[in-house]
Design a protein around this ligand. Structure first.
Ligand code: ADP
Ligand code: MG
Length: 372
């Protein structure tokens, strides 16, 4: 870790009055309670997100309803492998995170003196990648004697909706569809998430990434498939919609992948080139149908007045259009964050931290990351 660069990047500000506190048992003496100078109002959350392949930092207002900056560095190192390589991701986070945090502060025109809490994704995700963010957040919070808020990445995806629609209040039903997760939640008045259903195999984004790979398209697969599908006929090929008629709120995309594989096996290179737009369109439409169908079923079962769609796959134009059309017909409100708040970012982590419990200084030093 480039710890030597830290004092340069994060000057600890004007000398803080240090008040000695009694040492706890089995704990080195901690001096401290940092007080920012009077001229600074501590009204900001500094958020960090490193759960996968995006190195992210953001400055968010204390009520979690507005972001002053949202810096995302998407790692390009993984493109040549066709998927995220965990060790490569951890190293890339280490190299970039200090610069990304610094940019988030300068974009927001906020100094560390104005930060009152630090938020960080602690789970779920790639463990090495998460640990880089957690270590950095602990260091920042500890240096300023600030509380630290551990945030669940999935709750972060849902909280992107509060940044999009600052007046939004639960209850609502949320669909989270990303590269690593596909799940339906009901969000209660106290903002607690209750799992209604989830994928039994691949995540929707993963199915799009794998399908794109089979079709010889780039990574990430979602946008690549959409682009290839733009002039395609989505009805030319029959792709299965997983668990379509099952009486539950779960998803499955393994049959869809297998179906594409068999179609491709029966084609030579030239035919594939000709059929590519139609195959991509049919494959994309099957993913969209599976997601929209179960979301609408959840709305019906839970009598939800609104839906939130989040996660990287929510950036998909066909999915947004389909859900908006179907919800309009039944008078259900729809909140879909803009694409930069749908894919991984730290603003959503800051937004979730606004209503999550903070761990006081210095108790979070023992805090750990979790992959699941
Ligand atoms: P995770 O953190 O789980 O990897 P993200 O929330 O960053 O996921 O989303 C990445 C996923 O979203 C990838 O699987 C990618 O293919 C998919 N994705 C991104 N943009 C689009 C899009 N426009 N249409 C469909 N899928 C998309
Ligand atoms: Mg994600």
């Amino acid at each position: 870790m480039r710890t030597s660069a830290w004092p340069q990047v994060y000057p600890v500000g004007p000398p803080a009055p240090l008040v000695a506190t009694a040492p706890r048992e089995n704990q080195a003496e901690i001096v401290g309670s940092f007080a920012a100078p009077e001229c600074y109002k501590q009204t900001m959350i500094l958020a960090i997100e490193t759960s996968c392949d995006d190195t992210c930092a953001a400055v968010v207002e204390l009520d979690g309803r507005g972001a002053l900056s949202n810096v995302v560095h998407t790692q390009t190192e993984h493109a040549r492998y066709g998927g995220v390589v965990p060790e490569v991701a951890s190293r890339a986070h280490l190299e970039r995170l200090d610069g990304v945090v610094q940019k988030s502060l300068s974009d927001a025109d906020v100094s560390l003196n104005e930060v009152s809490r630090v938020a960080v994704t602690t789970r779920p995700g790639l463990i090495g990648a998460l640990l880089v963010g957690v270590a950095a957040a602990k260091g920042l919070a500890y240096a300023r004697r600030l509380p630290l808020v551990p945030v669940n990445h999935l709750e972060g995806h849902v909280a992107a909706a509060y940044l999009t629609e600052p007046g939004l209040e639960p209850p609502f039903v949320a669909l989270i569809a990303s590269g690593g997760h596909t799940a339906l939640y009901s969000v209660d008045r106290d903002r607690k998430l209750r799992l209604l259903g989830e994928t039994l195999d691949d995540a929707a984004g993963e199915a799009l990434d794998k399908g794109a790979r089979m079709l010889g398209l780039g990574f990430p697969g979602g946008p690549a498939i959409s682009k290839a599908a733009s002039n395609g006929d989505r009805d030319r090929y029959d792709f299965p919609v997983g668990l379509k008629d099952k009486d539950n709120l779960d998803f499955s995309f393994s049959g869809l992948k297998t179906s594409l594989l068999y179609k491709l096996k029966a084609m030579d290179g030239e035919r594939l080139r000709e059929e590519l737009p139609h195959l991509a369109a049919g494959y994309e439409a099957a993913v969209v149908e599976a997601l929209s169908r179960k979301l609408l079923r959840a709305v019906d079962l839970h009598d939800a007045p609104a839906v939130v769609v989040a996660g990287g796959v929510a950036a998909n134009t066909l999915l947004r259009r389909t859900i908006e059309e179907r919800c309009a017909r039944i008078g259900t409100g729809v909140v879909v964050p803009p694409p930069d708040l749908c894919t991984d970012n730290a603003a959503m982590i800051g937004a979730a931290a606004a209503s999550a419990p903070a761990v006081p200084f210095p108790e979070y030093l023992s805090l750990n990351a979790r992959s699941s």
